[in-house]
Design a protein around this ligand. Sequence first.
Ligand SMILES: Cc1cc2nc3c(=O)[nH]c(=O)nc-3n(C[C@H](O)[C@H](O)[C@H](O)COP(=O)(O)OP(=O)(O)OC[C@H]3O[C@@H](n4cnc5c(N)ncnc54)[C@H](O)[C@@H]3O)c2cc1C
Length: 482
Amino acid sequence: MLHELQKGYLENELVDIVGREYVLTDDADKLVYGLDYFWIPRMYIDRGKTPPFPDFIVLPKSTEEVARIVKIANIYRIPVIPWGGGSGSQGGVTPIYGGITIDLKRMNKLIELNAETQTVCVQAGINGYDLEHELNRKGYTLGHIPASIHSATMGGYLAARGSGVLSTKYGKMEDIVMTIEVVLPNGDVIRTLPVPTHASGPGILQVFVGAEGSYGIITEATARIERLPEERRFRAYLFKDFNSGLNACKEIILSRIQPSVLRLYDEPESKKQIKKILGTEVGEGCYMCFGIEGDKEIVEILERRAVAISEKFEGADMGNKAAWEWWNHRYNFYFPPKALDFPWMFGTMDTLITFDKIETLYWTKKKLLEEKYAKWDLQYIAHLSHWFPWGAMIYDRFIIENPPWDPEEALALHNEIWNDAARASIKCGAVLNEHHGIGLKLGRLVREQYGPAFQVLETIKNGIDPQHIMNPGKMGFGPTHS
Ligand SMILES: Cc1cc2nc3c(=O)[nH]c(=O)nc-3n(C[C@H](O)[C@H](O)[C@H](O)COP(=O)(O)OP(=O)(O)OC[C@H]3O[C@@H](n4cnc5c(N)ncnc54)[C@H](O)[C@@H]3O)c2cc1C
């Protein structure tokens, strides 16, 4: 902890770098920068308690300014927390030991769009929607369209290894990124190699992608872009149960049809959430929709094949409208009054697993959580969205409509549920998370997931950030800043 006198000195140094206007110290600002979408800090506020605050919020406009701030943070041994859009759900931006929150939103330039290589180079603080809008105007798309596009940034996309709604065709951010510039925890500025794949040793690029600000601050990124598709089609089916829907989806993926969208909702979600999106009941069973896009001729052929597979597994054709409705209104669920919000307790546990284990994982977690937390009337709902040639992400959630009011009791219940859910996932052969990251929420569990392999990540952390100033207490790294 810094003495008030030191804080005064540090504030002067920060003002010297970015200007008075861009160093925020008001309590109202600190409150805003104290939390993201993680349920626990928000619950603290809901219950009249205070979550941890940063000491300073600083808004630099260049890589050079970020580097100078980080160098000074090393001298004062004060934590530095990178902030993109604050849309994360894992408490990644929560300043648990105080420190300097670096908001990158002023670093929002589109530096270059290269039509020949079909790449775009941007500053890391660029807003996802602004970038996509600009690309669309020029006939391109990033291909990464997360539900949080309006608030997230390129830096956040990369730091949390994001997946957008079209990831099954275009890939996750780790596939889309080409090269990045990073301010290391000692303030040095580095660039990864100009192309993402090579045989020049292990890829340094991927060390920083998914590191959630624990290894440095991403300040610039070059990413590949795609031409806007000539044709985009959607179609929806209703399967009698999860198993038959899953078999159809697997076959679509294994046939290399490469849908841009492939969603299968379990029965409870088909009943409740799909109704919220479509505005009508879909009937008994599991709702599935797929999207195919690209050149018209190719789309026609691929759609025919996906239709044939869906019919082979006895899906009832709901037509195009029930799928376009899904596409056009899929974010309804994220806005009031339909969004999950207080007083409910909820968590999204998106896990990733190979095809052979999806069903076991789904039924194991559902049974475990619904039975153990029957007293709290816990609901378990899930859908499968992001697909890979070998498996898929289960986007499963728990919801408790009447959680305990006492904050300590609520915290204990929340963490117990997460422990049970995460351990069940690991035991079934899944990984903890597909695109939300680890943050503060899963730090204690990530070590269990990796076992002795965690020392590889920890050794990098200790070597690259010996003072542990970069986003301390996240990603399972500790002991943290004192
Ligand atoms: C309603 C809702 C829907 C969502 N949907 C999706 C979705 O469809 N797909 C998806 O992938 N995610 C989704 N998310 C999660 C979240 O939006 C993503 O993780 C997003 O990529 C975070 O970006 P951000 O700029 O807001 O990052 P922040 O929340 O600001 O930060 C996230 C983490 O990254 C670190 N960080 C941020 N910027 C940098 C940087 N430049 N360098 C180094 N570290 C940095 C932070 O310190 C923190 O640890 C959703 C979240 C919400 C609330």
